[in-house]
Design a protein around this ligand. Structure first.
Ligand code: ADP
Ligand code: ADP
Ligand code: MG
Length: 463
């Protein structure tokens, strides 16, 4: 049955992106918004707005009952969870379906299987995809962790089984700090995800983060090539590219085929991303996790493949199946996305709140800006700092870098300080231009970069 009315259970730039995708297909739209988002850009664009609760996320965007009640009130027949919030909550996906709505995403069973990162490692290994050496499943107590760590070797990572967004991750350099770090990781995981579960992984130094976009309809799955997301701060991506310029065509094929095989093997339905850690000195790649949802950096894939991922998700959820064959997905050019966060990068990435009095957005050929901003927008203090994403596309990487530099120069959000200034520095950096970086590079380079630029020195920490 074709979908008629879509409820968007999210906020910010992704809510705007989803509204556009729904409207294009002729769907009526309902936005589930907190009281703080009454005047958001998405609220202005939606056909209807349902207020789901006060500003704190626990009482609004993370409250399944409030969202389901809004869905029932509005008569929506489908729900898109976006990313973050409840998007990878298996119980929520089940509840949405039990309430008679279409959940735009995979089944609760699939989310359960891949959303627990410790369990997902097992599934990947069973599908013949290499995983980072580490614990089999969760590690329950510090004594067990110490024993396993001895087998895995140092340095290693403690990760939250329910983790995401770089939270609940700790790097451990030797046995002396293991116990303490394991206890802290458990507490952090409990606070962030309501789940104390942790697991261990060998820490792969000098590595790249490369991830593969997949689409499936439960029967068949294909890949839409990869993204390189190696430039990170605190294990969170800040700059993403598609495709990865650090892969040979053979390695690209190997990696992308592994991701598609994994997705098809689990009967994956919808859009998903299989993340890998890649060592370009040895050519080894290892499965990290699967994100069973639309990803923040999905526009880079859209730019280089011409495939509209939101449209594909809605078509699959509406029962139309996967309309695309693998051979039809072709790479064209190069795309780069940078995350424009309301953070003062010169001052320890301190949140930068307030009213955007001046707003000038970049434009022109090959420039896309996905944002929640409008002139006069007052940034609420309750949510994450992502204001938008600047995405450029051009014939090759060198040209895309030039386009990125020019577009960054156009952006004005005064008086709100954003990370755009940091990207203007990075776009000129010889290592960035020559792809000479790994996942730790940005944190190490940051103090020097800021000093050279004459900004106040900043402190960076590795969690
Ligand atoms: P992606 O995996 O799509 O590249 P991230 O890993 O950066 O995106 O973030 C994963 C999800 O976690 C996103 O949906 C984001 O909204 C959410 N998230 C990221 N950082 C934070 C944070 N500091 N607090 C709360 N949620 C966050
Ligand atoms: P999240 O769910 O928070 O996205 P991930 O497991 O994807 O957590 O890891 C986040 C980031 O941490 C990765 O993109 C990578 O940079 C780094 N990382 C994760 N696992 C490893 C590892 N085993 N070795 C080295 N770096 C890692
Ligand atoms: Mg990840």
């Amino acid at each position: 049955m074709p979908l008629r009315k879509l409820l968007i259970a999210n906020r910010g730039e992704i809510a705007v992106r989803l509204l556009r995708g729904a409207r294009e297909r002729g769907l009526a739209t309902v936005l589930a918004a907190s009281e703080a988002d009454r005047d958001s850009l998405a609220a202005g664009l939606a056909d209807e707005v349902e207020i789901i609760g006060p500003p704190p996320v626990q009482k609004s965007y993370l409250d399944p009952a409030a969202i389901l009640a809004a869905a029932q009130r509005s008569g929506a027949d489908a729900l898109h969870p976006g990313y973050g919030f409840l998007s990878e909550n298996a119980a929520f996906a089940d509840e949405v379906r039990e309430a008679g709505l279409v959940f735009v995403g995979p089944t609760g069973e699939t989310i359960r299987r891949m959303g627990d990162k410790a369990a997902a490692r097992r599934t990947a290994a069973e599908a013949g995809v290499p995983v980072v050496p580490g614990s089999e499943g969760r590690v329950e107590d510090p004594e067990e962790a110490a024993r396993l760590a001895g087998e895995i070797g140092y340095p290693l990572m403690i990760k939250a089984a329910a983790g995401g967004g770089g939270r609940g991750i700790r790097v451990v350099h030797d046995a002396a700090e293991l116990r303490d770090q394991a206890l802290r990781a458990q507490a952090e995981a409990e606070a962030a995800f309501g789940d104390r579960g942790i697991y261990l992984e060998k820490y792969i130094e000098r590595a790249r983060h490369i991830e593969v976009q997949v689409l499936g309809d439960g029967e068949r799955a294909i890949h839409l090539f990869e993204r390189e997301c190696t430039l990170q701060r605190r294990h969170q991506k800040v700059w993403e590219e598609a495709p990865s310029a650090s892969l040979t065509p053979e390695k690209r094929e190997e990696l992308c085929a592994a991701a598609a095989r994994l997705a098809e093997g689990i009967g994956y339905s919808g859009a998903g991303t299989v993340e890998f850690i890649y060592d370009d000195r040895t050519g080894d790649f290892f499965f990290l996790e699967m994100n069973t949802r639309l990803q923040v950096e999905h526009p880079t894939t859209e730019m280089v493949t011409g495939v509209d991922l939101v449209r594909a998700m809605l078509a699959i959820a509406g029962g139309e199946g996967l309309q695309l064959r693998q051979e039809e997905v072709v790479l064209r050019g190069h795309s780069i996305e940078v995350r424009i966060n309301a953070e003062d990068y010169r001052n320890q990435f301190f949140p930068s709140l307030g009213r955007v009095d001046h707003l000038r957005l970049p434009g022109g050929p090959g420039v896309r800006f996905d944002t929640l901003l409008y002139p006069g927008y007052d940034i609420p203090p309750f949510y994450d700092s992502l204001l938008g994403k600047l995405i450029v596309h051009d014939l090759d990487r060198e040209l895309a870098l030039g386009r990125l530099r020019a577009a960054l120069g156009e952006l004005d959000t005064a008086p709100v300080v954003t990370t755009a200034g940091l990207f203007s520095l990075l776009v000129e950096d010889p290592d960035v231009r020559a792809l000479r970086f790994d996942t730790q590079w940005l944190e190490q380079r940051l103090p020097g970069l800021l000093e050279e630029a004459g900004a106040a020195p900043t402190e960076t920490t590795t969690r």
